[in-house]
Design a binder for this molecule. Structure first.
Ligand SMILES: [Zn+2]
Length: 360
């Protein structure tokens, strides 16, 4: 069986905007010689109250600053059996009001296409799409048609709705060429540092109130945003990554609510996603980050995989190296997921389902 991890990142510190981390950490921590002593100072001298958060920043930077995209890939490849495939998701963080990105998206993609040439059977590179980037549709066509990229990654929390008009020609192209789309769908992860006036026009809810950016960003990501898109593009292979994310998995397990509520009123993103997957036959989800966050979710995951109406569209992924911020290693968690689900279910999500989602 060939395993494919449908969700990893190998971008580096050069693709992160310079105000992405607090206290100018992105620039300070860039040279490796500074990272260790500086992290010691932060830990031991500065009154940094949230040590857990600091540890996560440090681990994140440790991987992101480790050199090239190929170096980051080498960091994950050997956690999996030889021959494992990886869907690589680049990021466009240029429009999230977090400062300048040292290396432009186009160069990030060109570097990734060189890595793909070295590992042609293992890598499935996607193109990061932000509707605010001028000429983004041309970029998609160029990297699909000339460099063999296999899908599209969107990250609405950086400040746009997936329903953005400018994305529609790209969805049409993706549907026509059977290109899968991966969209971040959880309450965690990076987010726009600014809420602009046009962001207040929500495509489903109408006018919404201005909130702090971190809270407002949930509007971009809500699963119900995809109902209209999937109605307009019924054959579009769209994956809502993270299955709503760990906070929503906690809500699903802890909170009672009326399951008959309309989609927009349903408080839980996990049940919203299930509802949408039953309604739209080419909507997918993946268990990346979420499954790797806590073993608490394994029983529910296994039970959801008994449901024949959705279990052919749930994908295995890890979210390396975002998930490096967690305490356990990639190998240990991947093995735990495989053991908990059993070979039959694991084969389904890590092999046959991912094959169906990808073009080949
Ligand atoms: Zn991710």
């Amino acid at each position: 069986m060939k395993i494919t991890n449908c969700h990893i990142h190998i971008f580096t510190i050069d693709h992160i905007p310079d105000k992405f981390l607090p206290f100018n950490l992105v620039n300070i921590l860039r040279p490796a010689s500074v990272r260790k002593p500086f992290s010691w100072v932060l830990r031991n001298i500065l009154p940094f109250t949230d040590r857990d958060l600091l540890d996560r920043y440090m681990k994140f930077v440790e991987v992101a600053a480790s050199g090239s995209q190929e170096d980051v890939l080498k960091g994950i490849k050997h956690y999996y059996p030889a021959g494992t495939g990886f869907v690589v998701l680049p990021m466009d963080m240029s429009y999230m009001y977090a400062g300048n990105v040292k290396v432009d998206l186009r160069d990030q993609l060109l570097e990734l296409s060189m890595v793909k040439k070295k590992y042609p059977d293992l890598l499935h590179p996607f193109i990061a799409v932000d509707p605010r980037r001028e000429g983004v549709f041309d970029l998609v066509k160029e990297f699909v048609e000339e460099h063999g990229f296999e899908g599209i990654k969107i990250y609405p929390r950086t400040g746009f709705y997936p329903n953005d008009d400018r994305l529609y020609p790209i969805y049409e192209y993706a549907q026509k060429h059977k290109l899968p789309i991966m969209s971040h769908c959880s309450r965690g992860g990076v987010y726009t540092k600014k809420v602009t006036d046009e962001m207040l026009d929500h495509p489903v809810r109408g006018k919404v109130k201005r909130l702090k950016p971190e809270e407002f960003s949930h509007y971009f990501t809500e699963p119900s945003n995809y109902d209209q898109i999937m109605t307009d593009f019924p054959q579009l292979k769209m994956c809502l990554a993270h299955f709503g994310g760990n906070l929503e998995w906690d809500n699903y397990l802890e909170d009672p609510w009326d399951e008959e509520l309309a989609l927009e009123k349903d408080p839980c993103w996990v049940s919203q996603i299930i509802h949408l997957m039953k309604k739209h036959s080419s909507l997918y989800t993946d268990i990346s980050y979420t499954a790797f966050h806590s073993e608490r979710y394994f029983p529910l995951m296994s039970i959801l995989l008994n449901d024949d109406s959705i279990n052919d569209r749930i994908l295995f992924g890890s979210d390396y190296f975002m998930v490096e911020q967690e305490k356990k290693t990639e190998r240990e968690m991947a093995i735990k997921v495989r053991y908990a689900l059993g070979e039959e279910k694991f084969t389904k999500i890590a092999s046959s389902n991912v094959r169906k989602y990808l073009k080949h």
